[in-house]
Design a protein around this ligand. Structure first.
Ligand code: MN
Length: 283
């Protein structure tokens, strides 16, 4: 299933290029009182929600996809975990370009570990990346995003795929500079997630997905997740050795080569095989 959140927190099922409004399926979600649990209630209850969606779909209204505003399919991520330099050719371009490395000696992911981005930086495909009013380069980084489906801790590599709730396309927007990654990559609107959540049954092999990004029609990034240094099971296992993972937590798996700057008015089109296409405007 391709599940989206759109307009004013409505729930949609993507079907043949249309959005079927299945918001009534949210009635199966539990109600909370303080303190609310960490994580995203929709992702935590995806199975009963999807069961209800199947019952509603025949009579639910349908909208053209280009008439809705797509929001992030995850509304309440407790954290965004991200992988630095996780494609070898991106390591090489970062080493070669002073405008990326700022004089630092670029190593690989096993040296750096993972880093966190502010969960409040998440937006959906139909919102806009807003460039901060600073005189620094801001780059696009297209990445496969893994959304955690259930609470877990210290998961083995063999069991890692069992905790996946779904997949999406991510943009890890990044100011280039000397500051910590958590600062440069957590600006408001700098984590684009979408265009929808794809359930794991639709992804045959997370380790063999084509991904690409173009800006204003010009291709900038193209690779395949088979080139990941730490693959999806390893990233989940690795992250969970340190962090307890909650439903809706997002793992951005790293970007391939071809990163580059964006400017106001640019249109980024990201594609990942078996997920779809996400069009994002820079403001
Ligand atoms: Mn990144």
């Amino acid at each position: 299933m391709h599940i989206c959140r759109f307009d004013k927190d409505r729930l949609g099922l993507i079907s043949e290029g249309a959005v079927i409004d299945v918001t009534d399926a949210l009635d199966v979600l539990p109600s909370f009182r303080w303190p609310v649990p960490y994580g995203d209630a929709l992702v935590a209850n995806l199975k009963p929600v999807c069961d209800r969606v199947k019952e509603l779909v025949a009579t639910a209204p349908s909208l053209p996809l280009d008439r809705v505003t797509l929001l992030s399919p995850v509304a309440n991520a407790s954290k965004i975990i991200a992988a630095p330099v996780n494609y070898m050719k991106h390591v090489e371009e970062a080493r070669a370009d002073k405008a990326i490395n700022f004089g630092a000696d670029i190593k690989t992911i096993d040296h750096y570990g993972l880093f966190l981005k502010a969960n409040t930086s998440i937006i959906g495909a139909g919102e806009r990346v807003r460039l901060p009013a600073i005189d620094k380069r801001v780059d696009h980084e297209v990445e496969l995003a893994v959304v955690i489906g259930r609470e877990c801790f210290q998961v083995s590599r063999d069991q890692a795929l069992e905790v996946v709730g779904g997949y999406a396309i991510a943009l890890d927007m990044s100011v280039r500079g000397t500051e910590d990654r958590s600062w440069r990559k957590s600006y408001d609107t700098f984590s684009v997630l979408g265009p929808w959540l794809v359930t794991p049954d639709e992804i045959v092999d997370s380790g063999n997905l084509d991904l690409s990004l173009s800006v204003n029609g010009e291709e900038r990034q193209r690779s395949n997740t088979s080139a990941l240094i730490f693959d999806v099971p390893k990233l989940i296992s690795y992250a969970s050795q340190a962090y307890r993972l909650y439903p809706g937590d997002v793992i951005m798996t790293g970007t391939p080569e071809g990163v580059g700057p964006v400017a106001k008015g640019d249109v980024m089109v990201c594609r990942i095989q078996s997920i779809g296409e996400m069009r994002v405007v820079v403001d």
